[in-house]
Ligand binder design. Structure first.
Ligand code: TXA
Ligand code: MG
Length: 316
């Protein structure tokens, strides 16, 4: 696997690799993505292989800017245009009607395609240099903790992918919010844009983040899971003998009596908590403890996306 810095000659080399059918991980403002040319079905197939991802799980297509949309999606409706103008570039994925240029493997045969324009300098530059849209899921084995550092990608996917661009820690630390706007606005995945912000722009948005037959595997009950067993607890109710062998992940104040205890944000900031979530879970997963106990965070704003991931990480 080739390691690329963010120096311009390295980004140009990574872009060349992508253009010639390679699979390269790169940073975005949410998590690291595992990219391939979205127009190249064979390259996209290698993403599924590297992640051991089921082919019923469609990928998000990344664009350098809104103007590149016409190659991948049908023209936006009025409501879609309002949201795209308000939130792109940024951590919001819109599910749109796809064009014929997007191969079926990208969308798992759906006639819709998830699209976003990342707000991240390195992602933007790589997309611009590649000159093709990049299909990119999170750069982790399917179902496992998402990567927020290049080092997470190397540890999880070395030998399975062609390269990684190291852009340091990602900003938000959780994935994009996924939204479908037609025929009615529906939230498909909680993410880095709080749904309240979207509702402030367009009015009520229905929640469909727990579908029976998942339209988005961000909807699978078990997802984002560490290797260790993880449970969501109220720390005031965990007896001492259960604490000693376990690791604790708290929101603000670390509980006593655990083998290891970490706080997501001692000052109680949800943005900071989201940014640290996967990083701390990766570390605790390698702590040698028997289990990870986590507590929920306040459910408002980014808290909904954090709690959503904790719940699914705990599911077995
Ligand atoms: O922040 C993010 O969204 C990151 C970065 C790399 O952009 N990507 C990401 O991709 O989280 P992934 O594959 O881990 O999750 C993408 C989700 C999947 O659950 C997928 O099913 C859903 O997006 N999705 C993609 N296309 C869809 C479609 N046409 N309809 C419904 N859901 C779709
Ligand atoms: Mg993922």
């Amino acid at each position: 696997m080739q390691y690329f810095t963010t120096a311009s000659h390295d980004l140009a080399a990574a872009a060349n690799l992508l253009r010639s059918g390679g699979v390269v991980a790169f940073p975005t403002e949410t998590v690291y993505g595992l990219g391939a040319n979205a127009f190249d079905a064979a390259a996209v197939a290698r993403i599924f292989e590297a992640k051991a991802r089921p082919t019923f799980d469609p990928l998000i297509v990344h664009l350098p800017h809104r103007n590149a949309l016409e190659d991948v999606a049908e023209p936006l409706t009025e409501r879609e245009a309002v949201v795209a103008r308000a939130f792109w570039p940024g951590p919001l994925t819109l599910v749109l009607r796809k064009t014929a240029r997007i191969p079926g493997i990208v969308t798992s045969g759906l006639d819709t395609v998830g699209v976003r324009v990342p707000a991240h300098g390195v992602a933007h530059e790589l997309l611009r240099l590649a000159g093709v849209p990049l299909a990119a899921p999170s750069a982790n084995p399917f179902g496992y903790l998402s990567p927020t550092h290049a080092e997470h990608v190397v540890r999880m996917l070395d030998g399975r992918i062609d390269g990684v661009v190291d852009g340091g820690a990602t900003t938000f630390g959780i994935e994009s919010t996924i939204l479908m706007l037609e025929p009615e606005p529906v939230l498909l995945r909680h993410g880095a844009v709080p749904v309240e912000e979207i509702e402030a722009a367009i009015g009520p948005v229905a929640r469909r983040t727990h579908a029976q037959a998942p339209a988005a595997p961000g909807q699978l009950e078990q997802h984002y899971s560490p290797s260790l067993p993880l449970r969501v607890v109220d720390f005031t109710e965990v007896p001492d003998e259960e604490r000693a062998p376990a690791a604790a992940l708290a929101f603000r104040d670390t509980p006593s009596g655990y083998a290891q205890a970490r706080a997501l944000s001692p000052r109680g900031d949800l943005r900071e908590a989201a940014a640290h979530l996967f990083e701390v879970l990766h570390a605790l997963d390698r702590s040698g403890c028997a289990r990870i106990d986590v507590e929920r965070v306040p459910d408002a704003g980014l808290g909904a996306a954090i709690n959503d991931r904790l719940r699914r990480a705990a599911a077995r």
